[in-house]
Ligand binder design. Structure first.
Ligand code: FMN
Length: 219
């Protein structure tokens, strides 16, 4: 009888110590992945949405992986989320300080905001999301939609604000039909740091299997 009580007490003590040991621990990925500011415009059609984070243990273990993306209408975001799920990566959404409205995105209007920005190689739309801390990341996927055959200028703003030294950077994009073209090279040149791999274009409906085989081919 005494032996049974002793075993029970010992088991309770071990359980208590295990529970206390987990208190107050924050995953590095949760601590460093910023969440963009909410704004009224977040609900507007065609506007950028808030940043979100997918929890992962990668920053502690095999090297952190980040999927950073800009998505005006949600297509690139869907692909970014699939890549993050496959890689166990953190997600960082690049949002515009001034969100893009439907009128801003009208490519049939030669005076729309997006047309004017794409016609000006020096345009650098301001970013609204909090800056991301790249410390601890060894691999970063950079995603964006194709606008007029190229990366949106806000992607130039983003890469110019980052130090990718020691990081492998993998561009990807979505589009109606255009390929990624020179966008990857443009971004690499503007960034001036990082080991940039060739980029790839996906349709919004790309399957997880196709993404997985692309990712495996990168390694
Ligand atoms: C201003 C603008 C320009 C675009 N230019 C092209 C283009 O040159 N070629 C193309 O195939 N698709 C083009 N598209 C379509 C987008 O690339 C495509 O819908 C993309 O998947 C949208 O991604 P998002 O929802 O993440 O913003 C353009 C879209 C916009 C808004």
């Amino acid at each position: 009888m005494k032996k049974t009580v002793f075993i029970l007490l010992a088991a309770m003590l071990i359980l208590c110590l295990a529970a206390c040991g987990n208190e107050g621990k924050t995953k590095p990925s949760e601590a460093k992945t910023p969440v963009g500011p909410a704004s009224e415009a977040d609900s507007a059609e065609g506007s950028s949405r808030r940043a979100s984070a997918v929890s992962s243990d990668t920053a502690e273990g095999k090297g952190g992986i980040l999927v950073a993306y800009f998505s005006a209408t949600g297509t690139t975001e869907g692909v970014a989320e699939k890549i993050a799920a496959i890689e166990g990566a953190d997600l960082y959404e690049i949002t515009a300080a001034e969100p893009y409205s439907s009128a801003d995105l009208n490519w049939n209007d030669s005076s729309s905001r997006s047309t004017k920005e794409q016609n000006d190689k020096n345009a650098r739309p301001a970013i609204g999301s909090d800056p991301v801390d790249l410390g601890g990341y060894t691999k970063i996927y950079v995603g964006f939609p194709i606008w007029w055959g190229e990366e949106p200028r806000i992607m130039d703003t983003f890469v110019e604000s980052c130090d990718f030294s020691g990081i492998t950077v993998i561009p990807f994009c979505t589009s109606a039909s255009s390929g990624i073209g020179r966008s990857g090279q443009n971004l690499a040149e503007r960034a001036g740091s990082g080991n940039w791999l060739d980029g790839k274009r996906f349709s919004g409906s790309v399957s997880e299997a196709d993404l997985r085989s692309w990712i495996e081919g990168l390694n």
